[in-house]
Design a binder for this molecule. Structure first.
Ligand SMILES: [Fe+2]
Length: 250
């Protein structure tokens, strides 16, 4: 089972697919490289409960637009599961329908951290989210490289998962960081973060090839297994993942 946990496939909604044709091309290319499930994680920048309401209703509308073409498709398509990529602007727990932003009716939420160095507020906001019962997954943690390295241990204590973009594997200058994270069992989820078919295209095949070759097929299966566990609505935790043992380097 191959699961792409991070994507911007909804047509004309965020900075992802421009239109339904592009959405369908992204989905079709994903299926062709072996992806079974694509989690749709459109950008959400909530500063109020009203923003969350608006996001959810507009997301529904964009998804309906895609569904029509998706159901008529004459080539195989991956399954779509709904989620969002929520920007951690402040204390998110004050918003009423927050749980609806989680992935596929689970308690897991893909969270985009501030690009500025994480201060105590950012960590505090993660903590609040965590104790509210929502399990944060930090989106493309390799983008927050400098601050992530210093904060890994505190993230571990907060029971937080780490997602890395497929295209960041084997790519200089991120290679050293992502390889080190992988060896230290700090990566739990993989996603493409695809936005289009050119500059930010589907690349799950590339990650599969790199990870399987460098760390073993079991490592790839482990990463896909984590995504599957989440989508099954089952609980996984940072602590149990840290205890994961397998043969070889990982
Ligand atoms: Fe994204």
């Amino acid at each position: 089972m191959m699961i792409d946990f991070h994507s911007h496939i909804l047509p004309d909604f965020d900075d992802g697919a421009n239109d339904v044709n592009m959405s369908m091309a992204m989905l079709s290319a994903s299926k062709a490289m072996g992806v079974d499930v694509v989690v749709s994680t459109s950008h959400c920048y909530p500063t109020s409960s009203r923003d969350v309401d608006k996001f959810l209703s507009e997301r529904d509308r964009a998804y309906s637009g895609l569904k029509e073409a998706y159901e008529r498709a004459d080539s195989p398509m991956p399954e779509i599961r709904m989620g969002s990529e929520v920007h951690l602007i402040g204390d998110l727990t004050r918003f009423k329908r927050l749980k609806e932003l989680c992935v596929a009716d689970t308690n897991y939420m893909l969270v985009e951290m501030p690009m500025s160095p994480w201060n105590d507020d950012a960590i505090d906001n993660l903590y609040k989210l965590s104790i509210s019962g929502i399990k944060p997954i930090i989106a493309h943690a390799e983008r927050n490289l400098s601050q992530t390295a210093a904060l890994l241990d505190s993230l571990y204590e907060l029971d937080i998962l780490i997602q890395i973009n497929s295209e960041s594997f084997g790519m200089s200058p991120l290679k050293k960081f992502t390889d080190g994270m992988m060896r230290n069992k700090m990566i739990h989820i993989i996603g493409t973060d695809m936005h289009n078919m050119t500059t930010r295209r589907p690349t799950m095949d590339r990650a599969k090839k790199y990870i399987s070759k460098r760390f073993g097929d079991e490592c790839w299966e482990y990463l896909m297994g984590n995504a599957q566990t989440i989508l099954n609505g089952e609980e996984i935790s940072y602590r149990s993942l840290r205890g994961f043992k397998k043969r070889g380097i990982f």
